[in-house]
Design a protein around this ligand. Structure first.
Ligand code: AMP
Ligand code: MG
Length: 361
């Protein structure tokens, strides 16, 4: 299959028409959103939905998000929408906010992976909105990456994963948020965050007065435990490199990272440190990927950084732990999965080293 890439800055009309026609024919379209790129299909076309799972290699019980552009479309697919759900949708739509609601059961079962709820989002990206409006379709779309790989935030990264497998890619430039949407279940009195994202826990709490963050967001799902969101069960965002998160006070982190890095470097391996711009100086003369000045910058470049590391044959990535406030919670949620929950407490490591030094001294 030939993959046609349309640069929407210069090929807007052709791109939009091609996307509309492909969706109407039951084919897949990769399109930009403000979060990450999406791999879209007509939500009502069961065979088109099946192609998403096949092309991504996505487990069939990991449901998809339905994308709409108009508020009226929500009534077609969701049921028993509470005033609280309405309030939050009105506050955060269009934007990086996905609501999990009771499903009306009108879409193919495969969309919800067998659940009786449905995830719905209204993106704010102008290109995504125009594609949805023009096609007249509700478009189901997971992130446009091979299952288990970091999500994509540029058209080139989509091409890296799907060249020859998807007929159309709409290139809308770099995604502005860079992490997938906040997934928030609102089937009860209390909104529950199943996946943190650009709409933060603090923002939801301000609107709802209360918010719960699912335990699995930072701790994963234990074997045999029921996952509130199927996506929590799977390995995610994993580059080929071994990722480690180092937490603790800043000085202890630096000591532990330097000592682990230097040992690997000496052994002929290729380690790399991911840290904020202000911390670059701490690790001078080592391989560093600066994630920028703010947590928002870090969110925007995180997946690119993970993909770059693979391209450069990096063996291990040392990640300085981040604060869990605001978008920091979403960053922590992604890196902890990339690390397979491997978190080193630097404060403890330093204590152990001091103890050993004492014993030998
Ligand atoms: P992705 O589209 O790759 O960003 O993933 C969508 C995320 O939303 C996955 O983690 C899914 O498990 C989650 N999700 C989709 N539908 C539901 C639902 N009905 N209930 C809970 N989580 C859902
Ligand atoms: Mg995904």
């Amino acid at each position: 299959m030939n993959t046609e890439v349309y640069d929407l800055k210069t090929q807007y009309e052709e791109g939009m028409e091609a996307a509309k026609n492909a969706l109407c024919r039951g084919e897949l379209v990769i399109f930009p959103t403000e979060t990450v790129y999406g791999l879209g299909a007509d939500a009502k076309n069961e065979q088109a939905v099946a192609k998403i799972y096949a092309v991504k290699g996505r487990p069939s019980n990991n449901p998809l998000i339905a994308h709409i552009w108009d508020f009226q479309q929500i009534e077609q697919i969701a049921d028993q929408i509470s005033p609280l759900a309405m309030k939050l949708m009105r506050a955060f739509w269009p934007g990086p906010f996905t609501v999990v609601l009771h499903s009306k059961g009108v879409l193919p079962k495969s969309v919800s992976g067998g659940l009786n709820t449905i995830a719905v989002r209204m993106p704010s990206d102008i290109y995504a909105r125009e594609m949805l409006r023009r096609s007249g379709k509700i478009v189901v779309a997971p992130s446009a990456n091979l299952s288990g790989s970091p999500s994509t935030t540029t058209a080139q990264q989509c091409l890296d994963d799907f060249q020859g497998k998807v007929p159309i890619i709409l290139d809308g430039g770099v995604c502005s948020v860079g992490l997938e949407s906040t997934v928030c279940q609102i089937t009860d009195d209390i909104p529950v965050i199943l996946r943190p994202g650009g709409i933060t826990a603090e923002m939801i709490e301000e609107q709802a007065g209360i918010v719960k963050i699912s335990h699995a967001v930072l701790h994963g799902v234990a074997p045999g435990e029921n996952a509130p969101s199927p996506g929590m069960m799977y390995k995610h965002y994993a580059p080929k490199a071994k990722v480690r998160i180092i937490e603790g006070n800043r000085e202890a982190i630096a000591n532990v990272v330097k000592s682990m890095y230097d040992k690997e470097d000496k052994d002929g391996k290729k380690p790399c440190i991911f840290c904020s711009a202000e911390r670059v100086v701490v690790y001078k003369n080592r391989r560093i990927y600066s994630l920028g000045a703010t947590p928002e910058d870090a969110a925007k470049v995180l997946f690119t950084a993970l993909r770059e590391a693979d391209k450069q044959g990096i063996d291990s990535i040392y990640f300085e732990g981040v604060e869990h406030e605001g978008i920091g919670l979403a960053i922590a949620n992604r890196i902890i999965r990339a690390a397979g929950f491997d978190v080193v407490n630097a404060d403890k490591e330093v204590e152990v080293e001091k103890h050993i030094a004492c014993m030998h001294g």
